[in-house]
Design a protein around this ligand. Structure first.
Ligand code: SF4
Length: 300
């Protein structure tokens, strides 16, 4: 924590970012997705590679302010088929999102077919069940999709990320969601610290396979980036380097080969901060980014 740069200061009545993005839907066609990045209290886990705390607060945010953020965010994005309520932590963390916010938020998102939230495995439980009941009160056919950071199935690296989760916990969480009719989205890291480039790609492939084998309906491959202080210190010590764009493409390609054998699964490579990764030279990087964007959309 001592290595952290300053956090950003945000108005707690507005999301710090909101956009209408296009993403491949469960039916294989492009969906409009309203993506809201909400401001709330920092996640208690403090994973080594995480930089999401930059847009969180130290103090709790009131339920009314969370609701105001969702309202303001949806006014900005307009309608879509799915909505992402991403809160830089866990939607089911009581210290991040007060339970009093669930019912008004459920009402606000009633027009969406799919509601996607993030959660650490440890926060799955009664609050998730309550949120689903409320969502169904306003839209009986809604799907609740929970995005979980599996990160890596490399046991030692996963332990060193300080996520305080194991692959077995993730598998159990996937079963828990399935039993309750909730969908699973998985986040997979490309080249976490303590691995070489080749190892980073190999373990990303294994992690994608595990996520899909337990029924992840959507898998997002995320290239690990620096900038949170800790990752920069690891880089200086030779314990980490950003993954290459070539690995991102290779990891995505592997995932797409897997999805061709498994129906109703999707995988994309995260391109939100893609300009940070331009290792291959400008022209080649541009060509890779174009191919990755196409593969994300076409799923082949
Ligand atoms: S659980 Fe997620 S939000 Fe929390 S510290 Fe870890 S990566 Fe960041």
């Amino acid at each position: 924590m001592a290595r952290r740069p300053a956090r950003n200061v945000h108005d707690v009545r507005k999301p710090y970012h909101a956009m209408l993005e296009q993403e491949i839907g469960p039916d294989g066609i492009l969906w409009d997705v309203a993506t809201l990045f909400l401001v709330n209290r920092e996640c208690p886990f403090r994973c080594l590679m995480c930089d999401l705390w930059k847009n969180t607060t130290e103090a709790a945010v009131d339920a009314a302010d969370i609701v105001a953020q969702v309202e303001a965010g949806l006014a900005q994005t307009g309608p879509g088929r799915a909505v992402k309520l991403y809160n830089s932590g866990s939607w089911f963390d009581p210290k991040a999102v007060p339970i009093e916010a669930y019912e008004p938020v459920a009402r606000l998102v009633a027009g969406f077919e799919r509601v996607i939230v993030e959660s650490h495995c440890a926060f799955l439980g009664e609050r998730a069940e309550q949120f689903l009941i409320l969502l169904r009160r306003y839209n009986p056919s809604v799907t609740l999709e929970v995005a979980i950071g599996l990160e890596t199935v490399h046991p030692e690296v996963l332990a060193r990320l300080n996520k305080r989760v194991t692959t077995a916990d993730f598998v159990a969480a996937a079963g828990w969601l399935r039993m309750r009719g909730m969908a699973l989205r998985s986040f997979v890291l490309l080249r976490p610290p303590f691995l070489t480039e080749d190892e980073g790609l190999e373990w990303a492939k294994r992690t994608i396979e595990l996520a899909m084998s337990v029924g992840s309906t959507f898998t997002a491959l995320i290239p690990v980036r620096g900038g949170n202080g800790a990752m920069d210190a690891l880089r200086a010590a030779g314990d980490w380097a950003p993954p290459s764009l070539a690995s991102l493409e290779a990891g995505l390609r592997h995932g797409l080969e897997e999805t061709s054998r498994l129906p109703h699964q999707r995988i994309t490579a995260d391109v939100w901060d893609i300009s940070l990764f331009s290792d291959a030279g400008d022209a080649e990087s541009e060509a890779i980014i174009e191919r990755v964007n196409r593969m994300n959309i076409e799923q082949k």
